[in-house]
Design a protein around this ligand. Sequence first.
Ligand code: SDX
Length: 396
Amino acid sequence: QTGKFTYDPGFLSTASCNSTITYIDGDKGELLYRGYPIEQLATNCDFLETCHLLLYGELPNAAQKADFDHRVTHHTMVNEQMQFFLRGFRRDAHPMAVMTGLVGAMSAFYHDSTDINNPEHREIAAIRLIAKMPTLVAMAYKYSIGQPFIYPRNDLGYTANFMHMMFATPCEKYEPNEVLVRAMERIFILHADHEQNASTSTVRLCGSSGTNPFAAIAAGVACLWGPAHGGANEAALTMLEEIQRNGGVEKIGEFIKQVKDKNSGVKLMGFGHRVYKNYDPRAKLMRETCHEVLTALGLHDDPLFKLAMALEKIALEDDYFVSRKLYPNVDFYSGIVQRAIGIPVSLFTAIFALARTVGWIAQLNEMIGDPEYKIGRPRQLFVGATARDVLAINKR
Ligand code: SDX
């Protein structure tokens, strides 16, 4: 009979797989990419070194780095036809709607790298996706503000090239500010992979059907968009702006009261995590970067940053949050840093997708590269009606 079972959401929200890519210890607040602590990677490596590590399992030596950088750099342009796909969107389309479309559309442009079971195809699809995501995100941004697209430059590093495509115009070069480029690079590194989060599990499940790499990554982009996941950085900034509009730090108590009221549905966006039940190690690094950027830009008196610090203080001291282990996560500070760099809030999650693309690909390739892999089929716990007969409509 129905009602016999108690529904256990935790049972349905877990999937399991073996992986050698990323290790998280939620209690210790530890995050390792292929065994390297995120703190060391974010301090000593650039994003493409981190991509090489995630994809191939090792940090590159000088020759390997030069080769990998060259291959990525020489795939940064996109097929000219893609701009006409992009131009089909309204100018005010959300960048994540655009990115979900553009990444999926890559399946139609790069036929020579769509056979997911062919290791060479997987390799070139990986290089193309890592190389073209910055170009596509910058194109989505330029399109939304009515400015012409800016082509990538092969004389710039990966991150400086992205910022050039974002902020240069045909009339004016973009002079990269080293502190901002390094901050953007750190955002890319910190968001590159995070073991079996919702979007990565989506990519694995989607790719397990044998669909092409671009379609599988497009599914990850769509999942990341959600405010409980990658959309949290945009939601965190929107939350701060709304508190600021409603009186700022002076009125923060009223907002906290709303958060504590279960019926309000109001959450402290950028706080809490499915795995980290202490500090998110990425948040610590992002907080440092936040201070560096705001100091470099002379924005330490930025009211939103002050508001963020006040919220963080409350979350770290107020028993309601401490008892629920709701610490700031990476999304809380990354939004403030991106806003200071001049990135519109609506583009934050697209940038998260840009960074996470290498993690999605590494996880997908790990699964597909295992000869034992089969199409995914998550289990269910059936708690619905047991068998019964159909009655004629006049008897229902
Ligand atoms: C990312 O998985 C990943 O690794 C994801 C990610 C990645 O790199 O891929 O790290 C990126 O998605 C980071 C998380 C970003 N999301 C947010 O910042 C959105 C706000 N956070 C919440 O939605 C929430 O914290 C989750 C979804 C992130 C985690 O939720 P959990 O661990 O499943 O915990 P829960 O929802 O069961 O909450 C436990 C308690 C509940 O209260 P009680 O029912 O016990 O009274 O804490 C409360 C929740 O109501 N709670 C919050 C809260 N998060 C949880 N209350 C207020 N504000 C919040 N942010």
